[in-house]
Design a protein around this ligand. Sequence first.
Ligand code: NDP
Ligand code: F7E
Length: 321
Amino acid sequence: MASLPFELRGKSVYVAGHRGMVGSAIVRRLAQENVNLVTVDRREVDLCNQAAVLDWFATSRPQAVFLAAAKVGGIVANDELRAEFIYDNIAIGANVIHAAHLNGVEKMMFLGSSCIYPKLAPQPLREESVLSGPLEPTNEPYAIAKIAGIKMAEAYRSQYGCDFISVMPTNLYGPGDNYHPEYSHVVAALIRRFHEAKIMGTTSVTVWGTGAPRREFLYVDDMADACVHLMKTYSSAEPINIGTGADITIAEFAHLVAEVVGYQGEIRFDTSRPDGTPQKLLDISRLAAQGWSAATSLESGIAFAYRAYQSERGANPTGDL
Ligand SMILES: NC(=O)C1=CN([C@@H]2O[C@H](COP(=O)(O)OP(=O)(O)OC[C@H]3O[C@@H](n4cnc5c(N)ncnc54)[C@H](OP(=O)(O)O)[C@@H]3O)[C@@H](O)[C@H]2O)C=CC1
Ligand SMILES: C[C@H]1O[C@H](OP(=O)(O)OP(=O)(O)OC[C@H]2O[C@@H](n3cnc4c(=O)[nH]c(N)nc43)[C@H](O)[C@@H]2O)[C@@H](O)[C@@H](O)C1=O
């Protein structure tokens, strides 16, 4: 097992999912680390294809891996595309973790999610709560796949001595998010909906659910900074949460987004839409003990994300981004 701090400088570092929201933020952050960045397009290597992944690892021989590739989406995508969410995420986790072991990767970080915690686990959510109760039904397939990834990292550490770690990010947002009207997460959905209502002069915007669920939001560049920090400083079989330690109701959050976007009309709640988990607030004591905390306030983060949306949208005015 590599000693701490793990030195990234000069290493060959593979970011899986480098075109995604988190992967691209990790790539931006790694620009400060003098690494030899390695990426591969999905059209060349589908991470669900075990033979292609094994071949690519044997040829490319990365020394460190950030596993930020996954089938990802908001509450409705998770609920409707249940087979894709469980199959793709189990396959990606199994193929990349096994290939990392076979090819002597010195350190690997697996990205889980706060949705792996039981629906009614005590708040704030401690890492010890994994597998302590039933999951939220809307994202159970995704959560099961993510739990499998955590347990694989743990098993390869204990049987083979691999320095594989798992991080549990809270809900993330920022540049490179997915703005699909049905399948996005709440931040991207509301930025888009309020923006379009402002432009069109619409007087009412609908927000899904009751507005009562509580969520914690982390800006993606903070997430990338935490990943790089933990890659260097954290080595344990225990997963580690990544969040801000503060949450907000969806109703409060919707008002905040409307304010940043400059939408002044009415906000309505559609209670026929799912609320999902009542609260997801991470306990960040383990992260704080590693000497990391988030730098971006929610207000500034939404403003940065709105600016990014406008420029991404400018490049693709009619698409779903
Ligand atoms: N977004 C969030 O709120 C949260 C995300 N996470 C985790 O963070 C990680 C990154 O998520 P995020 O950046 O938001 O997701 P994105 O959807 O933005 O990015 C996912 C990336 O994975 C790649 N990918 C998906 N399937 C395959 C495949 N079969 N082969 C190769 N590449 C593939 C995509 O490639 P391509 O671009 O070519 O399609 C994309 O680059 C995931 O592990 C996710 O579970 C955890 C908690 C919250
Ligand atoms: C990151 C996390 O993402 C998913 O879980 P989630 O936290 O429920 O994520 P969400 O962003 O989709 O919703 C958050 C809350 O917001 C409400 N909400 C209001 N209006 C809209 C809306 O317009 N779109 C969406 N998506 N939600 C809305 C929505 O009803 C819910 O109460 C997991 O499946 C899982 O994949 C996972 O790990």
